[in-house]
Design a binder for this molecule. Structure first.
Ligand SMILES: *Cc1c(COP(=O)(O)O)cnc(C)c1O
Length: 386
């Protein structure tokens, strides 16, 4: 099935709702049954029927089908945030006495799960530089049951060899899980490479309009059912049918948006790569990127993120550069229509927090859907200040 068919039609049983083109927002908490027998059948298979919207809501179900198909997964679960998705996938697959291996510097709230949450329940962890498969292999212990990956990560874009990770983990009976948000399901399909669970923040590319927070978990039917029946139904991180409909609407243009943002980002990154005030550009599809070959091998595209180390002699100069940018909004997140800048100099001198370990001349850019030349000019002008 083509991507466009999935985004435009899959999962939409239009004859069931007046042949409406747009999916109905089934804004209900619960569903009534015609007979006691039906009611009993509902309880025997809550995930396979419609009984209560913390479990299975028909609007959310349309979204689940689309995301699963994009990931080439048997099933998908949609939850209230990306952090929630990844942390549910971890919790569902570890128990007291287990050991988890996690790539170093994962998304911050995955880090917190490892360092502050899992220890409360007797689960150990090791962070490894997972750009080298030997480092993962050397960290495996007899009680290692879970490997958490994020490839590329969303600041410096280190990559893990997903096929090799999957093969190594299978040999040791370890469950593998990836945060696949950077690539979206369109540019990387980890499950096809042997990874067990692929998670996304739907807040970024999938919804794509900076107006919904949500997350998804993709895997086998068995894995998704396991997560649903215990962690999901217990913690209840459901999304509203209205948010699901907004994401379905956002996804109609996922292919187009990614194409636009990828092309613009690569163009601007290539220009910056040769700029005299730039020390280094980090973008996996630039030939100067240290893991360029692996990136080309396992990814179909890169999307709109890249980072830059600028040549600046002081923090103040970096601050001036950032304040001169007029066409990039100063904000976290990415994946929407708008271009964003996240300078590491922000994380120096925040009251009550330790300074970041990232250098202050590092800046992450997200290129949105605006005209690439208009954005490039803005960076060019601001660079006159440093
Ligand atoms: C934003 C983000 C998340 C978390 O997603 P939320 O929807 O904000 O919870 C996880 N991983 C990456 C790479 C992200 O950028």
């Amino acid at each position: 099935m083509t991507t466009s068919e999935i985004l435009t039609h899959l999962g939409e049983d239009r004859e069931k709702y007046f042949n409406a083109i747009a999916p109905p927002i089934i804004q209900t908490s619960n569903f009534a049954f015609d007979s006691l027998d039906d009611f009993r059948r509902g309880f025997s298979d809550e995930w396979g029927t419609h009984l209560y919207s913390r479990g299975n809501n028909p609007t959310v179900q349309i979204l689940r089908k689309k995301v699963a198909a994009l990931e080439a997964a048997e099933d998908a679960l949609v939850v209230g945030s990306g952090a929630g998705a990844m942390n549910l996938a971890i919790l569902a697959n570890v128990k007291a006495g287990d050991h988890v291996i996690c790539m170093k510097n994962p998304y911050s709230w995955i880090s917190k799960m490892m360092t502050n949450f899992l220890p409360k329940f007797g689960v150990e962890h090791t962070f490894v530089d997972a750009t080298k498969i030997e480092n993962i292999e050397n960290a495996i212990r007899p009680n290692t049951t879970f490997l958490m990956l994020e490839s590329p990560n969303s600041l410096t874009f280190e990559i893990q060899d997903l096929k090799a990770c999957a093969a190594l983990a299978k040999k040791h009976g370890i469950t593998t899980c990836i945060d696949n948000s950077y690539c979206s399901p369109l540019y990387q399909q980890p499950i096809e490479l042997g990874i067990d669970i692929s998670c996304h923040t739907a807040t970024k590319y999938l919804n794509g309009h900076s107006d919904v927070v949500a997350g998804v978990i993709c895997g086998t039917k068995k894995m998704i059912r396991k997560i649903v029946e215990l962690e999901y139904m217990t913690f209840g991180p459901t999304i509203s049918p209205n948010d699901a409909a907004m994401i379905i609407r956002g996804m109609r243009t996922l292919e187009l948006r990614l194409q636009r943002t990828s092309e613009s980002a690569l163009k601007i990154a290539e220009w910056l790569d040769t700029h005299p005030k730039v020390e280094k550009v980090l973008h996996p599809f630039l030939p100067s990127f240290s893991q360029h070959k692996l990136a080309k091998q396992q990814m179909k595209g890169c999307g709109g993120l890249f980072s830059v180390y600028f040549k600046a002699d002081s923090k103040e100069k970096m601050e001036t550069f950032v304040s001169k940018l007029e066409r990039f909004l100063l904000a976290v997140s990415w994946g929407g229509h708008e271009s964003l800048v996240l300078p590491m100099v922000t994380f120096y001198g925040i009251p009550g927090k330790e300074d970041t370990t990232h250098p202050w001349n590092l800046v992450r850019f997200y290129i949105g859907l605006e005209d690439a030349e208009w954005l490039r000019e803005d960076i060019e002008n601001a660079l006159l200040e440093i």
